[in-house]
Design a protein around this ligand. Structure first.
Ligand SMILES: Cc1ncc(COP(=O)(O)O)c(C=O)c1O
Length: 407
């Protein structure tokens, strides 16, 4: 297994060479990541050379349209799905909102949806609103101590009435990686579809959605080194069943059915830069193979680096009396998104950390239900420390030292 070349990685992100950010260690990646140069270059090129209505037969327009198609094709291939199964919306929250409108018509009163109280509000609130149509909402509840979602509990919520199970690949405050393939298999066996919020997971390696078996998989490209978009995979079998949410004459195009607004041309086109980056990363580390193999290679490369850096941070906070670590203390089982409850307001602590050149944030991170279920006052919030594969060992050491000063 290759070891991540961190110098190469950081050279792909202009933020690391930006004088105004020098000396600042970035630990709020779960809020939004730095952008790789490939995306920035494509965005600049689009705005300077192709800022016209795409898909017309003149050169600038043809190229713009081709780049938008390229983004869908290459990201879909990295994730093991067909090109028209991947689409872009303004954000994950808007994507779930549109999907919920489709399920509103698709489902009948008396049928049920399973939601969790571990999710960010984006993948739970829109679904809960379907109670207005007489749809039963069943809550898969996290363990109030650990934040863990127990699949044995899900088993008791599933029966023939359930049409959809919504859950996160990993919560943006608990951080534990949920067993998506296992949960999906259980839901499918009960005759239900699944909608997986991958927003907190995808920055740590794009998953192979075909292998996971998920019917819907969502992530936000602005947290995954790209522009501000919501990326949505909807498998064909489900996408064809759900009622079209776009203009009636676009119903035949799967990738248009659940994105009723006109797309943000430049940002969709620039998203191909995420694929450029992942492929460049794989090539630099000596890998070659199919797109899906490249996706898997990059995923494992990133994860290994993150797990190595994460364990010392978890070790530094897990036994402190003044800190409650949410989620597991073993790096292998979680993403490097570490929320700490401090028994006091978290934001002033983030402000103190900023004085030591550590960028973090405090708050509820729209995971209000999860915090409340764990007995944490959302108004106090949690201090959230989140990093990715581009974070260095030295930055984690600096963070641990700063935490020691301010906690
Ligand atoms: C886990 C999770 N899901 C969903 C969202 C919402 O994503 P978006 O900002 O694209 O609507 C966020 C954003 O913070 C998130 O962290």
């Amino acid at each position: 297994m290759s070891v991540l070349d961190i110098d190469f990685v950081r050279a792909q992100f202009p933020a690391f060479a930006e004088p105004s950010l020098e000396g600042q260690a970035f630990f709020e990646n779960a809020g939004g990541s730095y952008t790789c140069r490939h995306v920035i270059d494509r965005l600049t090129r689009f705005y300077t050379q192709r800022k016209v209505q795409p898909y017309a037969p003149y050169e600038a327009s043809r190229l713009g349209g081709e780049e938008m198609d390229e983004a869908r094709a290459r990201l879909a291939a990295l994730m093991g799905v067909a090109t028209d199964e991947l689409s872009f919306g303004p954000s994950t929250t808007q994507n779930t909102y549109v999907l919920a409108q489709a399920f509103r018509k698709f489902m009948k009163p008396g049928e049920a949806i399973v939601v969790t109280n571990q999710d960010h509000e984006a993948n739970t609130g829109p679904w809960r609103r379907l109670a207005e149509e007489g749809i039963e909402i069943r809550e898969w509840q996290l363990d109030p101590q650990t934040g863990h979602l127990d699949v044995a509990h899900l088993e008791t919520l599933l029966d023939e009435k359930v049409r959809l199970v919504c859950f996160p690949h990993c919560s943006n405050v608990v951080g534990e990686i949920n067993p998506v393939a296992e949960i999906t298999a259980m839901a499918h066996a009960a005759g239900a579809f699944v909608c997986v919020d991958g927003v907190s997971y995808a920055p740590h390696g794009l998953p192979n959605v075909d292998e996971l078996g998920a019917d819907i998989y969502l992530f936000s490209s602005y947290k995954t080194y790209g522009p501000h978009q919501g990326v949505m995979v909807i498998r064909r079998a489900l996408g064809g069943l759900l009622p079209n949410q776009a203009h009636y004459f676009n119903a035949g195009d799967l990738y248009k059915r659940f994105t009723p607004a006109g797309p943000d041309h430049a940002q969709v086109a620039a998203s191909a830069g995420m694929a450029d980056y992942f492929e460049a990363l794989a090539a630099h580390h000596g890998h070659s193979g199919t797109a899906a193999e490249t996706g898997a290679f990059v995923h494992d490369l990133m994860r290994a680096h993150e797990v190595k850096l994460l364990q010392p941070l978890l070790d530094a906070v897990k036994d402190r009396n003044d800190v409650r670590l949410l989620g597991p203390a073993q790096a292998e089982t979680r993403a490097p998104t570490v929320a700490l409850a401090l028994n006091r307001a978290a934001e002033p602590v983030a402000a103190q950390l900023a004085e030591f050149g550590i960028m973090t944030s405090g708050g509820d991170f729209y995971a209000v239900r999860a915090l409340e279920a764990m007995g944490i006052d959302p108004a106090e919030g949690v201090l959230r420390i989140s990093f990715t594969h581009y974070t260095s060992e030295a930055e984690v050491a600096k963070l641990i030292e700063a935490l020691d000063r301010v906690l």
